[in-house]
Design a protein around this ligand. Structure first.
Ligand SMILES: *[C@@H]1O[C@H](CO)[C@@H](O)[C@H](O)[C@H]1NC(C)=O
Ligand SMILES: *[C@@H]1O[C@H](CO)[C@@H](O)[C@H](O)[C@H]1NC(C)=O
Ligand SMILES: *[C@@H]1O[C@H](CO)[C@@H](O)[C@H](O)[C@H]1NC(C)=O
Length: 174
């Protein structure tokens, strides 16, 4: 019996330690690459519309709303894993900057129903644009990080373009 006591004490200590570890479960870091498939306003089956302003001249205050497929690969017929839904605003008077506020709304089986919030202001002429990941829902609660956008193809005749999005963010632990 006497030998059982230290075992029990160890057990209790282990249970206590486990509870503590669970309560302060470390957040996770995730890297993810997805592609935005966009058909600009005016083209057949456009995935973006102009709310106000003139996107052809990038006039200050122009607002575009998009509901673009997010795919796992660069090809147009690649598997969709979500939608990039949000607004682009020409936010600088010289027409060079866009303010972006969008949600990546996942619809694949793993992250279905979870969202990431993307927000920021960057030069539309930069080869790599960077925006903040300011939050998330469901599986991505507490998300913070950043995403870079890079245009990988753009066809002015069909207004079809593809942007590569590299995301890196921390989430969980709330
Ligand atoms: C637009 O969408 C319809 C229905 O999905 C499709 O049949 C048509 O080919 C599309 N047009 C273009 C130009 O993509
Ligand atoms: C996607 O389209 C290409 C041709 O453009 C074709 O070779 C490929 O098999 C298609 N992939 C899927 C998953 O449909
Ligand atoms: C995602 O969730 C919606 C609503 O709950 C459901 O209708 C849909 O089938 C789900 N999709 C996948 C791929 O699990």
């Amino acid at each position: 019996m006497a030998t059982n006591f230290p075992l029990c004490a160890t057990c209790i200590l282990a249970m206590f330690a486990f509870t503590t570890i669970t309560a302060s479960c470390p957040s996770k870091v995730k890297k993810l690459t997805v592609y935005i498939q966009d058909v600009a306003p005016g083209a057949p089956n456009a995935t973006s519309i102009v709310v106000t302003g003139d996107p052809s001249t990038f006039s200050f205050g122009t607002i575009i709303v998009s509901d673009d497929p997010l795919t796992i690969g660069v090809e147009r017929n690649s598997t969709e894993i979500g939608r990039a839904q949000g607004i682009y605003v020409v936010s600088s008077k010289d027409g060079l900057n866009y303010f972006l506020s969008a949600s990546f709304v996942f619809n694949n089986n793993v992250f279905n129903g979870s969202t990431l919030e993307i927000e920021g202001d960057d030069s539309r002429l930069s080869e790599v644009r960077e925006y903040a990941i300011t939050g998330g829902t469901r599986k991505f609660r507490g998300a913070t990080g950043y995403v870079t956008f890079q245009t990988v193809s753009s066809d002015p005749s069909t207004k079809y373009s593809v942007r590569r999005c590299d995301l890196k963010f921390r989430y969980g632990n709330i």
